[in-house]
Write a protein that binds this ligand. Sequence first.
Ligand code: SF4
Ligand code: SF4
Length: 573
Amino acid sequence: MNTELLLGDEAIARGAWEAGCVVAAAYPGTPSTEILEALATYQEVYCEWSVNEKVALEVALGAALAGVRSLAAMKHVGLNVAADPLFSAAYIGVNAGLVIVTADDPGLHSSQNEQDNRFYALAAKVPLLSPSDSQEAKDFTKLAFDLSEQFDIPVLLRITTRIAHSSSVVTLEPRRAEKPRGYEKQLFKTTLLPVFARVRHIDLEKRLLRLQDYSDKSPINRMELGKPDFGIICDGVAYQYAREVFPDASFLKLGLVYPFPRNLVLDFARKVKELIVIEEVDPFIELQTRALGLPVKGKDFLPRYGELNSGIVRIAFAEKKIEKPVLEEEIPNRPPALCPGCPHLGLFYALQKQKAIIAGDIGCYTLGALPPHSAMDTCIDMGASITFAHGVDKALGKSDPRPRIAVLGDSTFFHSGITGLINTTYNNSNVITIIADNRTTGMTGHQDHPGTGKTLKGEPSKPIDLETLCRACGVEQVIRIDPYHPRETKKTIQNLLKENKSAVVISQRPCALLAGKQGESKKVNKEKCIGCQACLALGCPALSFADNKAFILATTCTGCGMCVEICPKGAIE
Ligand code: SF4
Ligand code: SF4
């Protein structure tokens, strides 16, 4: 048998390929990014980085309605962006299968919240599959396509970081030869005018009833009967932890979590003395079990935040109480920092200590909020920097003289900054928007975007010019700066702050990790150094201080030269 060790994300890509998927779209976001990166290696599948998750889902829906199996992938907060088409897609249904992957991040490894997207299934009225390992990630992806077509509905596949980024053995199978179904106009089905949408809602409820019946009978919702003292209901990675801690217990392992298999749960409850739900983050299964009138234990013992692990499950049920997540081992706390030679260092050096209200955004540059820069006041969601700054401007008006600044990355600007920028122009706002343009989607691992001139498949495309785009959004003053010249950058920004007029600043330099070494590592001349620590304000991790003198770690210094410009004594050579 052909097997391979695959990440959960890679297994989903393999499952989509085996299922005959033809179109896939995503916006990169940890922990979902590797799905499209793996899928793009299969030549039979068209794959794209869309500018945001809403666009990705609309692209996949369009392809599914045009008759080919399609997939959209995103991290959990990405589904908030895509929620609008998600709810409509449930009404419309599909022609060929449509699968939407949501990769949740319990424990907030790289996210602004730890929302539990199982509730999206309930709210949007779409089925939700929840795999427990890489094999299931692949199998459930294939099943999701089948269910989508069988029940004329998009299917949500929900994974978590542990499933996405853990490897386990997967059996490989050949690609299914799917015949494109072709596009056919179906006005009543796909045009959600109120008069048609009312009918589609009734139809959706009927489809859900059929799915409910399927959920009760599906082999992926299975009882594993052991000792009858207590029965554990669980899904996803929680199943692995619970199995490890309670090897002899009776289990109801849920693979199709919504529609909730009510009759199966009632049947399971009759076979055991006590019911326990073990699940991460929110009590999704527990609430629905309680709604059946069944007494159940779960979140009375387990935390509603953070990831679970077998240690937490063991302690929770041994001590019948748990106050906070317990780590297997205490890990030393290391504050996050921008990279040595990162161009954002020069930008934030220029922004620190300015008397301004600075709205931040989502990306590696969010670290500019931390010392030594402390140059951001907020980080809300993708694209919210400009709109937040606009809101502040309208709220404060002239009552507060501090200029309003928005800082966001180039990829984030393409994702959802453009609409905010148009809004500031249209509504006469005084916001200085700074695009930290490092020519990549940095935080998720250097994915391309519309400004880089390259598609996900590595094909050349027309790079969108940020300056032209900003001018087209109505901004008259667009300035380019090079953050590798921090003094000049600071002067430019100070002048703009004095003017206090709407403008866009494009701070352009490639990400240091892509650019590589810029020159020879710099050294501190101890004779000249007076220990003033002015260079430390740059926040470069290659720079430190010992024996009242600055010190540069040669192995990490990229030789970018920013610190050379800052030192008032010419001590860095
Ligand atoms: S800024 Fe120059 S003089 Fe001051 S500590 Fe750094 S290297 Fe020394
Ligand atoms: S040259 Fe200076 S700022 Fe650039 S990486 Fe080296 S120490 Fe950091």
